[in-house]
Design a protein around this ligand. Sequence first.
Ligand code: C2O
Length: 537
Amino acid sequence: CRIRHYKFNVVMKNTTRLCQTKPIVTINGQFPGPTVYAREGDNVLVKVVNRVKYNVTIHWHGIRQLRTGWADGPAYITQCPIRPGHQYIYNFTITGQRGTLLWHAHVLWLRATVHGAIVILPKFQVPYNPYPFPTPDKEVVVILGEWWKSDVEAVINEALKSGLAPNVSDAHTINGHPGPLTSCSSSQGFTLKVERGKTYMLRLINAALNEELFFKVAGHLLTVVEVDATYTKPFKTETVLIAPGQTTNVLLTADRRLGRYLVAASTFMDSPITVDNNTATAILHYSGSLSTSPTALTAPPPLNATPVATNFTTALRSLNSNKYPASVPLTVGHSLLFTIGLGVNPCSTCPNGSRVVADINNVSFVMPTTALLQAHYFNISGVFTDDFPGNPPIAFNYTGSLPTNFQTMNGTRLYRLAYNSRVQVVFQDTGFIAPENHPIHLHGFNFFAIGRGLGNFNSKTDPANFNLIDPVERNTVGVPSGGWTAIRFRADNPGVWFLHCHLEVHTTWGLKMAFVVDNGKSSNESLLPPPSDLPTC
Ligand code: C2O
């Protein structure tokens, strides 16, 4: 194992997309940002120096951060932000994980431009046989994102003032570019050069703020081998579904005629509430073909292609091999039901007199002004309470016409777990305002997605169909529109761990909560002390 040093300078950079130039927040002037490479077991040190006018934090999305919550990154949850002119060294060790993850800013909406890939190579072993599938000839990071012509912070601040939904982005991007089919972008874009007969592993990352995406390559099937840095049973698909915060490794064999093939990333939304104006494209180019040769096109699935999304999701299984077993908790100590709601609350300063809010179990989470992890570690009272409701406070019926959770309560309420407790959470979407999937992300853990369904979760009949053998293991899972998803995990990581919808606008509206996991009995089951350079609020 090695120590990997990185330096992240947070700097503004003038960037041109869609024929317009604007200053954006970047790491080292790059958009998308630099890839962090490490090997399983390595110690990673990233010195982040804030040279912009915004508060900054960086989150290492999906990294377990065993006992090192101080390096997790969500602002006011595990740390106070790095203020302008200040710096902080994120120091963590990669334990028991290998694959693709992402890092991103975790404060304001800076994630729009402050994000990049984390590539964790498997442990080095002799003979070197890194993957549980044939070793690809080449690996390529493919980051999907969104681009706004306006300043992204202005977009969300406008929305908060009005109480309404923010403007949707002006384009999707593939490795930073809308691509050749977008007017004003035709000369720029990502080209994946391949050699006929070779196999490529695409490390797909959805770094978009608010859009769940379909990903397709004309004429080529993709073999899914990993999601969220956990191996899956390989399966072939035409279309990959990937939500913000999720990662998916796919194998692509260049086995077609020489030529050029279109790569497309387009929006998925169960029930379209926005116009699908912004498919991003890139080119798969066989070496030996002319850059003028025509491009084989592909039609992205329609915006509301729910069957395509469902087929993809239900095909995902853990590899569950001898070497990579799926250790699903077979019994649970905490059985929780979390309703996910969008609602409307009164707002005296808003033009309509109301504002959109989002909640879990009717609690719209209020960000504290001191980091929760510090309050927990140093026993600072008055920052949070640990009375988050484990079940909806009022009877809930998705099929009812009158929503019972129209108005929400505000609070900074956490749910407390003893070390090593086994937890089941059923997320029930109540989506009556905006029916869409919610990609729910849990920090500090991987969990198993043991079941999903449409309509109301039935606690008497549905558990009989849970998959406790080889459910997919991940850190971000979609809760279907008007349906539910069940997860299980073991609370073996002491600290304070954020749980939220990875559609940034929903997080902003309050669709978030946190677990506080107490220390275990022995010292190696305890949260480590904070680093000396931890930012203060
Ligand atoms: Cu990728 Cu809390 O975030």
